[in-house]
Design a protein around this ligand. Structure first.
Ligand code: ADP
Ligand code: MG
Length: 253
């Protein structure tokens, strides 16, 4: 375990306090308000999904939580500490990790080399890196492609590699931006299994998704974003019954 990382992690929140709390978070790009006054509470051990049509502000909200964007107003609080203006590397030390929507693997390096790069970034001591690389890739079902260039594996395998790389920091809170995008139905269900297992092990996970079969497989708490705002929150059965949600997906609202 990396000592620096341990020191940077904060004490557990009190029982009735959220792990992560967004209060009136707003992010503008020029005249466009991509994230508009968003309030969101995530508790330790939650599995929470953010859904909503394209352009709803989901990815921007993730990047604002992770310190890649500064909120124009509002606050992001993690374990009672205001992290609104912290840089991504500090948040990584505190236990945050993200898989972005756009691919971030090194296409010309092998799958194994990508994993080693990610592990090296977060390790100070000497560990058996080769063993750990194999173990971690095996856990994602990627042991058969360890020596393949990352640019040549299938789309689904690349998503799993991205998740494996995000897990290299052993995060406490994991943000996954569209992890099932472009996957076959079988791959989608396997991705749901991976996420369920991580959550059962105690990891707090926030997922952006489009695919309702993926959402259905996990039965998470859901927040619907639309035009940068929280449109509604609830479980899938409630969300699916909501006619206004159906309308925003069909572009009628
Ligand atoms: P989603 O992930 O829900 O599809 P995004 O957060 O990617 O939505 O985008 C929300 C809005 O913000 C879109 O209108 C998009 O074009 C705009 N946007 C996102 N990132 C930037 C940026 N870096 N600069 C300018 N506009 C952006
Ligand atoms: Mg997006």
């Amino acid at each position: 375990m990396n000592a620096n990382k341990t020191d940077a992690r904060l004490a557990n929140p009190k029982k009735d306090q959220p792990l992560l709390q967004l209060t009136n978070v707003t992010k503008r790009f020029g005249g466009l308000t991509a994230v508009n006054n968003v309030n969101l509470e995530i508790r330790q051990g939650d599995l929470h999904f953010l859904i909503g049509p394209n352009g709803a502000g989901k990815s921007t909200l993730f990047k604002t939580i992770m310190g890649y964007h500064r909120p124009d107003s509002g606050q992001v609080v993690y374990r009672s500490t205001d992290i609104s203006n912290m840089d991504p590397y500090l948040l990584a030390r505190m236990g945050f990790s993200i898989k972005f929507q756009t691919p971030s693997v090194y296409q010309d390096l092998t799958v194994g080399q990508n994993m080693i790069v990610a592990l090296n970034r977060h390790r100070t001591g000497t560990t058996d890196m080769e063993r750990e690389t194999i173990d971690r890739l095996q856990a994602m079902g990627l042991h058969g492609v360890v020596n393949m260039p990352a640019g040549r594996i299938s789309h689904g395998q690349r998503q799993w590699l991205e998740i494996a790389l995000a897990l290299a920091v052993d995060p406490e809170i994991l943000l996954l931006d569209e992890p099932s995008a472009g996957m076959t139905p079988d791959e989608t269900l396997r991705t749901a299994d991976i996420i369920r297992d991580l959550n059962k092990q105690g990891m707090t996970i926030i997922v952006i998704a489009h695919d309702m079969d993926f959402v259905r497989a996990l039965e998470p708490e859901i927040t619907v974003l639309h035009l940068g705002k929280v449109f509604t929150q609830g479980r899938l059965s409630e969300i699916e019954r909501n006619e206004e949600v159906q309308q925003i997906y069909l572009g009628k609202k």
